[in-house]
Design a protein around this ligand. Structure first.
Ligand code: SER
Length: 593
């Protein structure tokens, strides 16, 4: 067995398959194209699904690559020695071209040849599909393996040898998995599916002959494909005799940096080891998510939420080992350096990666300490062993704790969290704010998370710009904000012209560019009126009112919250202007990062 670096392993794989007539294709984004069934690319075959279903690939019908993959089903397990949220998969495909008769001997050659992995055939075990009502027992693959030189007793028929993509439908078929025998079997019945650790899987050849439909049927595919996947991290571990991926060259520099910055030693103590692994794994994944060709940024929905969860979990563990924001950025930079030659998008998006991680760190570390103190209080006062949903929601809303962090903290104390209660509290809160925001002059805030806060400030800028560009008589008739957009209703007896809209947009963006601080002051209703703040001057606001000014540009009475300065907003864009009843126009606008 050859000791190889990550770079050598990638290169050997690609070289081998190019030699067999394959074209190398670039790694696709970690965000799947047009696939609503999953948030991330979870396997090398994922970007190739249309071609596996019969579409013609521009590069031909023999392809090979290494693909960035993200699997976040087990985020909370990261910290042990096997779970990672990011990994690379080496793969090759036959799109209706070769099948078992070619693929199995190639797999054997790549694994055993001295030029490639140089693994002794006696160290290899393989599994093949045992058969069921959908597809027959795969005696054919077993026979080919045997002809290659794998001993009969190292070939196992298993019922679960079937592979399909992460969504429930799509191309699928029986597979043959390859394992390295790393230690004695635990008992006579032990086989590669046993979790005693005697066998470690490194490669999977899927013989795709079916398409699983939404109603659970297996239709034969018009073309028979091969889809193979070799996990880079896992294979590196096995080849180099390492116990965990954190001991491979992929993590070497980042780990050294982490030890250097914290002054702590990896492996010295279980707590440090776990914290280091969480920081390393999550930071690496965040670097790939933000630095991706379809880069994502932390948010409260979809991929952005997963990214936020990863970063916030990393930040919590960073605090345990006294790693500050600078330190965390050093780790991120080390990963960029390690991977930028292989994934040039990391180099291109270097600044963005660093800025986004820094921003999230700044945001979360502001509330983390207070949130942890609050959590301690909650635990002290707790009657029983379940933290209720309202409390979990409070930790989320006020301190930015994703429910999963609260759950993890609770688990450390042998406590539970009422997750359904959290969801209910969340839903109720949204409904309440929505109802409230429909009222005239209510500030239109669905929640006080970053996106909505920024959109709220943008609403004030829009309001002021409309007055300046179109007419000082324009007033707010309604406002509604979601995490995605703002909606602003105002009085005007005619549609806005294209020119007016362009000028309004330009004016708002100019103010954003000037990065003007948003200043809150409490004033008496009287005083606010004298100083030309806009808003309703009735008893609704009580004696004193909160006022928000953005330089001299915008002055409004409002409950807040708002962005700290206009520079936080990104680019303002009007996406729609329409009628909203007699004499009322409605503008929908968004902020782009
Ligand atoms: N799609 C298969 C897997 O992920 C082989 O590439 O294992």
């Amino acid at each position: 067995m050859k000791k190889l670096t990550s770079e050598e392993l990638r290169n050997k794989y690609i070289e081998f398959f190019k030699d067999k007539g394959h074209k190398q294709i670039a790694s696709a984004s970690v965000i799947p194209e047009n696939d609503p069934t999953v948030l991330f690319t979870t396997a090398g075959m994922h970007p190739l699904v249309p071609y596996l279903l019969g579409e013609k690939h521009p590069q031909g019908n023999r392809l090979t690559d290494f693909q960035k993959c993200v699997r976040t089903g087990d985020i909370d397990e990261v910290g042990d020695n096997s779970h990672c949220t990011f990994f690379e998969m080496l793969g090759n495909w036959s799109l209706g071209d070769y099948f078992k008769q070619e693929m199995i001997p190639w797999s054997y050659e790549f694994l055993t040849s001295e030029k490639y992995l140089g693994i002794d055939k006696s160290q290899i075990a393989v599994t093949v599909f045992a058969g069921n009502e959908n597809s027959p027992r795969d005696t054919e693959s077993a026979k080919i393996w045997e002809e290659c030189g794998i001993a009969k007793e190292d070939i196992y028929y298993l019922p679960d040898n079937w592979w399909g993509p992460a969504g429930t439908t799509g191309p699928c078929g029986p597979d043959s998995e390859m394992f390295i025998k790393v230690k004695e079997k635990c008992c006579e019945a032990c086989n590669p599916s046993c979790d005693c650790g005697a066998f470690l899987e490194i490669w999977n050849d899927v013989f795709m002959a079916y398409n699983k439909t939404a109603d659970g049927k297996f239709e034969p595919l018009a073309q028979r494909n091969v889809d193979t996947g070799m996990g880079l991290e896992r294979t590196l571990c096995v080849l180099n005799g390492k116990k965990s991926v954190y001991d491979t060259d992929l993590f070497e520099d980042a780990l050294k940096k982490l030890e250097e910055v914290t002054g702590l030693t990896y492996g010295s103590d279980a707590g440090v080891t776990k914290a280091f692994r969480v920081i390393l794994d999550h930071t690496r994944t965040a670097v790939f998510m933000i630095g991706d060709q379809k880069g994502i940024v932390p948010s409260n929905i979809d991929q952005g939420y997963i990214l936020r969860r990863l970063l916030r979990r990393a930040i919590r563990y960073a605090r345990q080992v006294n790693l500050n924001d600078e330190g965390l950025l050093e780790i991120a930079k080390t990963f960029i350096q390690k991977y930028e030659n292989v994934y040039p998008e990391l180099q291109q998006n270097r600044e963005k990666i660093i800025t986004e991680i820094a921003k999230e760190h700044q945001k979360f570390s502001r509330t983390l300490e207070a949130g942890l103190r609050e959590f301690e209080k909650v635990v002290k006062k707790l009657d029983g062993n379940t933290i209720d949903g309202t409390t979990a929601f409070h930790l989320f809303e006020t301190f930015g704790f994703p429910i999963e962090i609260t759950q993890e903290l609770a688990k450390e104390r042998n406590l539970n969290v009422d997750e359904q209660g959290f969801k209910d509290a969340f839903a109720k809160h949204q409904q309440l704010s929505r109802a409230g925001s429909e009222q005239k002059f209510a500030c239109g805030l669905a929640d006080n998370q970053e996106a909505t806060t920024n959109l709220h400030t943008a609403t004030h800028l829009l309001h002021a710009a409309l007055k300046k560009v179109i007419s000082p008589d324009i007033n707010q008739k309604g406002s509604n904000i979601t995490a995605e957009r703002l909606r602003f209703d105002f009085n005007l007896p005619r549609p806005c012209t294209m020119e007016e809209l362009a000028e309004v947009e330009q004016m708002v963006n100019d103010v954003i560019k000037q990065n003007i601080p948003v200043v809150m002051q409490e004033k008496s209703c009287e005083q606010a009126k004298q100083e030309n703040f806009i808003g309703l001057f009735d008893n609704k606001y009580g004696e004193t009112v909160k006022t928000y000014s953005i330089g001299e540009f915008s002055k409004e009475i409002c409950g807040g919250p708002h962005a700290k300065q206009t520079g936080d907003l990104g680019t303002f864009k009007i996406v729609k202007e329409q009628s909203s009843g007699a004499g009322v126009r409605r503008i929908k606008a968004i902020l782009e990062k």
